[in-house]
Write a protein that binds this ligand. Structure first.
Ligand code: FAD
Length: 263
């Protein structure tokens, strides 16, 4: 008698030369499909603010990989990620099911050039994000704060973070960012929601980031030529903010973007 053929292929193995292992050590869920998780790795995941790591899961006989911008400062012990579960998303649907203690492959090398020029000497910084697009800016702000506290970075320029979502419950770092803005004078946080009718208690800014970005840039005197703009998140928003900044005279060379998915 022969053995029955296997009904499914063995799960693909991540090449240990390219992948290490990450363990989920904590998880914070909020507003539907959004969650923050903190990871430790069994190797040194070196990165700069603005870079992303690549998570993987074996799914259907293939190793599915996706990049995620890192929220934590490189000075923190754990890696923090802010992720949205995309309906029918190949990776995020099974990733969302993983709880504390689960392990998964992560590429050993982090990549990304998004914030490589920041902080730009002599420039103010306008950071514009939708929902999870705040991730690289969190890493940047947390790192600047630590460097400023140690006297390694003298805040001669301002950092203005404009963060948009549909409703305030999606602004996953509202309290931390508001606290930072109260504590240091170099940082301004402007949260804005685009569906205020679903959030009647909200007293902050209303409108999509692309609809309010010029108003705040002008109000805060973030001037063309002495301000650098960094935009992160969905492609349509990035296009619209770039257009708004261009119309305000900001040269394209001073506007940088990190697009999370193709248009
Ligand atoms: C440099 C970089 C950094 C990124 N950082 C983050 C991050 O910090 N947090 C995060 O959640 N995602 C981030 N992403 C997006 C992430 O890599 C995946 O694309 C996303 O998680 C969807 O993966 P998936 O396999 O579940 O969906 P897929 O099956 O690959 O996607 C299906 C389709 O959904 C659309 N889509 C992808 N992401 C979204 C979204 N967030 N909202 C609506 N539609 C979407 C796209 O059109 C895509 O083709 C980043 C992408 C890049 C390029």
């Amino acid at each position: 008698m022969t053995d029955a053929p296997p009904t499914s292929a063995a799960p693909p193995v991540a090449d240990p030369a390219k992948f290490g292992t990450a363990r989920i050590v904590s998880r914070r869920d909020f507003h539907g499909d959004l969650w923050v998780m903190r990871l430790t790795t069994d190797f040194d995941l070196g990165y700069r603010p603005g870079q992303y790591c690549t998570l993987a899961l074996p799914i259907g006989g293939r190793l599915i990989e996706r990049p995620y911008s890192i929220c934590s400062s490189p000075e923190e012990d754990e890696i923090e990620l802010f992720i949205e579960r995309v309906p029918e998303g190949e990776l995020t649907v099974p990733l969302y099911e993983l709880g504390v203690g689960a392990t998964l492959p992560v590429r050993r090398r982090c990549k990304g050039l998004f914030l490589r020029e920041a902080p730009v000497a002599g420039h103010d910084h306008l950071l514009v994000a939708t929902v999870t697009g705040i991730a690289p800016f969190l890493s940047f702000a947390r790192t600047l704060r630590r460097r400023a506290e140690r006297g390694e970075w003298a805040p001669q320029s301002r950092v203005v973070l404009l963060h948009g979502a549909s409703v305030s419950a999606e602004l996953g770092y509202l309290e931390e960012m508001e606290a930072l803005a109260r504590e240091v004078d170099w940082f301004t946080y402007i949260p804005t929601i685009s569906r205020p009718w679903l959030d009647p208690d909200w007293r902050g800014e209303r409108g999509r980031v692309e609809d309010v970005v010029r108003k705040h840039a002008d109000r805060l005197e973030l001037r063309a030529g002495s301000a650098s703009t960094f935009i992160c998140g969905n492609p349509q928003m990035i296009d619209n903010v770039r257009g708004a900044m261009r119309r305000g005279g900001h040269p394209d060379a001073h506007v940088h973007e990190e697009q999370y998915w193709p248009e």
